[in-house]
Design a protein around this ligand. Structure first.
Ligand SMILES: [Zn+2]
Length: 333
């Protein structure tokens, strides 16, 4: 990550959010070049000073709910107060005062933005969709690193936390109700809220698809599969697969491909699932890791993912074939 021009942090906890981000941008003489519903596209004002070049293909986005911004080209990002401070060549205290003078977002939403977003909710207390809105579209650099397309991220409702630089993977019921999310980066992992009942649903359970369901451990692997052209990836949010998750999968697809991680724990979990659920109506297959050496589908190229998927096999049939061959050799000897 490039250092920021001022060397300051990307935004402070108590930074204010304008009540109306669009009119605040207008007051700052910022031209709106596009609008995707959640974000507006603008020319990156810091581009010239950060890179020595003007932002020819405008790639800076401002979230109209949270006011957070990011330039996907030079990676300048942060709170709206930081944006204001840059535009007015002032410090964050003056920037916040300016935002306050324009009218800030309601106190409740401000709480969500600060402590509220990562605040511990009481068991049973609903998680609000407004909390999701405060995250942003995953940046291109982060998506590229994991081979995830924007379309796939949008399909699964994957978001990004600019402050923690982590993935936000929503946990929803099959009916689409938001229960919470997983926060994930190399250094950081947690389920939010603590004790969220992720075992009662599958990542992506609310999205319709045709064809086999591919059961993976990690939500990002499901998004990775979709990015490689395989729609049916659904994740169990971890190595453990609950009975509820299996019945959800069985009720959704005629064929389930078990794609647990390619390690001893994954193989053992896969075999247990196979023998427990093979007579429950859907055809169960094993994902074939071929000779990729990958630990999970997330480590594979698009071609490898498609080849491994095509090579999925029914373990029982293979065993029958082997014993048939065994019988033949016995007869011959
Ligand atoms: Zn820029």
């Amino acid at each position: 990550m490039p250092r920021t021009t001022s060397g300051s942090t990307a935004g402070r906890r108590d930074d204010l959010i304008p009540g109306d981000v669009l009119s605040a941008l207008a007051d700052l003489d910022v031209e709106i070049l596009g609008d995707d519903g959640d974000n507006v596209r603008i020319r990156c004002p810091a581009h010239l000073s950060r890179t020595g070049k003007v932002d020819r293909r405008p790639s800076c986005y401002v979230h109209t709910g949270s006011g957070q911004f990011i330039c996907f080209s030079c990676e300048w990002a942060g709170s709206f107060a930081r944006f204001v401070a840059f535009m007015q060549s002032t410090d964050s205290a003056h920037a916040n005062a300016w935002i306050a003078s324009k009218g800030t977002i309601g106190r409740a939403l401000r709480l969500l933005k600060g402590d509220g977003r990562h605040r511990e909710v009481e068991p049973g207390e609903p998680v609000s969709e407004a909390q999701m809105v405060l995250f942003t579209t995953p940046p291109e650099a982060a998506r590229r690193k994991r081979g995830l397309t924007l379309e796939a991220c949008e399909k699964f409702g994957v978001r990004w936390d600019l402050t923690r630089r982590c993935w936000i993977l929503p946990i929803r019921t099959a009916e689409g109700q938001l229960l919470g999310w997983q926060e994930k980066s190399k250094r950081h992992f947690r389920n939010y809220p603590d004790g969220v009942s992720k075992g009662e649903t599958l990542f992506g359970a609310h999205i319709d698809f045709d064809g086999p369901l591919v059961l993976v451990e990690s939500p990002l692997d499901a998004v990775r599969l979709y990015s490689a052209g395989i729609e049916g990836g659904r994740a169990t949010f971890g190595a453990h697969v609950s009975r509820e998750q299996m019945s959800l999968a069985l009720g959704t697809a005629d064929t389930i491909v078990l794609a647990q991680d390619n390690d001893a724990a994954g193989r053992s979990a896969r075999a247990k699932l196979y023998y427990a659920y093979r007579c429950k109506g859907s055809v169960l297959k094993y994902w074939h890791y071929l000779d990729t050496g990958a630990k999970d589908p997330g480590e594979m190229t698009d071609e490898e993912i498609r080849a491994c998927y095509e090579a999925s096999y029914t373990p029982l049939r293979r065993r029958l074939k082997q014993s048939a061959a065994y019988r033949v050799t016995q007869v011959q000897s």
